[in-house]
Design a protein around this ligand. Structure first.
Ligand code: PHE
Length: 496
């Protein structure tokens, strides 16, 4: 089937590319903060439960589906049953929303690498980030003009993405090797630097001390499952398309375990770099650790720069390193967001990839400019919320239903077992048919209730309504894309 399809140069390059896709900005700022917010060390228990009951099982689904169907998400779903093709498109629409804003965060990192040379953020990193750098307009209703430094950063990032992808998988196989190893080397340096600072131990206590009462809180469990999906890049078509480039007879189970464990191990390790420095900052400021951290982006662009400025020895060097760390972490995740999207179109209509890729990159850049405006930050936050909380959960839920009940879990398990180094048992069917969809379903319902009750993030109702409309819009577009006839190819081995 599909002999002409591009292939990874080796199993290692597939694994490295998948690890690169999974490890991203989410590992360095999102994971540590989630951990803190949800009971410190106790979060690790639901986190690992989620990894084994949903993360790895779904990774096996996506690798199995991509490898079996030898196609990106839409065509792979169409191969299971015609009418489910829209789910694949929906995954690509969600990943599209993500790749519109993800490079913008990387653009901030590009700018911050430059600022780090002379620690431009000065004594008040918060004022610098919000007022000098983003120049926040105060409301999503006021876009307030473009911030050119961010646009320039964005152009750099998109150019890097384009150059890395246009030569195809062979070049990508080599590039990901550097974009996975480099952040790891930087992480090791940052962990050593962090752990040797006074106060580090307080930060680690804050990171690791368990609070078992938190285990009784359903929110903590939902947060853990959400984090696992985001961090493993599941339900976005990424892992499906990556495995579709695997040659026949490639293992699935072992690869799934390796990629998932490498990703989660990196998150755990990154926590040491982040929290040791926060402990140091807390001591320097004479406050407790919870008082120094800011959630989400604040951690990376406010709290961390504040701490770096106080370092006793070559702070600028560590500042540059930190933002290079984020950039190198993000870049291979960004490739992995574009690739499935492009493959979705080329698989169905056999467009020339060399033409689709630049069009996607230019459009991604142009639309991304919205997020570089003075009100763009709010939109970034809104789109992130809708894509990550609803898009991802909904697609994940549908994937479980399609594979568990339509394709039949046991059939997929038998297929996977045939080609894999080691076999998975019936526990996997239970995860895919019951545990994962139930958790995702509850999570979706709770999120919807919270949205109806309180809106999101204190934004005006109309702004939340735009988010809802975009979410509904991408569902409609998915059906439209499904209904457009595929281009038939007469070569032997083509699908559809
Ligand atoms: N998993 C990546 C991270 O943790 C994010 C990502 C999203 C990657 C979507 C690929 C696709 O940052």
């Amino acid at each position: 089937m599909n002999e002409g399809r591009e292939r990874w140069t080796s199993r290692t390059s597939f694994i490295i590319a998948s690890i690169g896709a999974a490890i991203g900005l989410g590992n360095v700022w999102r994971f540590p903060y989630m951990c803190y917010e949800n009971g410190g060390g106790a979060f690790l228990i639901p986190y690992f439960v989620a990894l084994f009951t949903a993360g790895i099982p779904l990774m096996i689904v996506e690798y199995g589906l991509g490898r079996k169907m030898q196609a990106g998400a839409p065509t792979a779903f169409a191969g299971v049953r015609k009418g489910t093709e829209w789910i694949g498109w929906l995954a690509l629409m969600v990943v599209m929303l993500i790749f519109l804003f993800y490079p913008v965060i990387m653009a901030w990192c590009v700018d911050y690498v430059v600022y780090a040379f002379n620690l431009s953020w000065g004594t008040d990193a918060k004022v610098f980030f919000e007022q000098d750098f983003l120049q926040l307009s105060g409301s999503p209703g006021i876009l307030g003009g473009i911030r050119w430094p961010i646009v320039i950063g964005l152009a750099v990032v998109w150019l890097a993405i384009y150059l890395s992808l246009f030569k195809g998988l062979k070049a990508l196989s080599k590039i990901v090797f550097y974009t996975v190893i480099t952040p790891w080397v930087i992480l090791v340096i940052m962990v050593i630097r962090g752990l040797t600072l006074p106060g580090a131990i307080e930060g680690l206590k804050f990171y690791l001390t368990p609070n078992f009462a938190a285990l009784l809180n359903p929110r903590v469990w939902l947060a853990a499952y959400g984090q696992i999906f985001f961090t493993l890049s599941l339900a976005m078509g990424t892992m499906i398309v990556y495995s579709s480039y695997l040659p026949k007879k490639s293992d699935i189970t072992n690869n799934s375990f390796m990629v998932s464990l490498a990703n989660c191990g990196t998150s755990f390790f990154a926590g040491f770099a982040v929290f040791s420095i926060l402990g140091y900052l807390a001591q320097a400021m004479g406050v407790s650790v919870p008082q120094v951290t800011q959630s989400g982006f604040g951690l990376a662009f406010i709290t961390y720069p504040t701490a770096i400025r106080l370092l006793p020895f070559i702070p600028a060097f560590f500042g540059i390193l930190f933002f290079l760390l984020l950039l190198t972490l993000g870049i291979d995740s960004a490739f992995s967001q574009i690739e499935p999207f492009v493959a979705g179109f080329t698989d169905k209509w056999h467009f020339n990839k060399k033409l689709v890729l630049p069009v996607v990159c230019v459009c991604g850049f142009l639309i991304g400019i919205i997020f570089t405006t003075r009100g763009g930050y709010y939109w970034l936050d809104i789109i992130d919320y809708f894509a990550s909380s609803y898009g991802l959960t909904f697609v994940g839920l549908l994937e479980c239903i399609v594979i568990g009940y339509i394709y039949k879990a046991h059939k997929m398990r038998e297929y996977v077992n045939e080609v894999s180094d080691f076999k998975i048992g019936k526990w996997w069917d239970v995860c895919i048919k019951i545990i994962t969809p139930v958790i995702l379903g509850i999570s979706l319902i709770l999120n919807i209730i919270a949205l109806v009750r309180k809106g999101y993030g204190g934004y005006p109702t109309w702004a939340t309504a735009v988010g809802v409309l975009i979410t509904l819009g991408i569902i409609v577009i998915s059906f439209v894309l499904m209904s457009i006839k595929a281009k038939a190819v007469h070569e032997e081995g083509a699908e559809d």
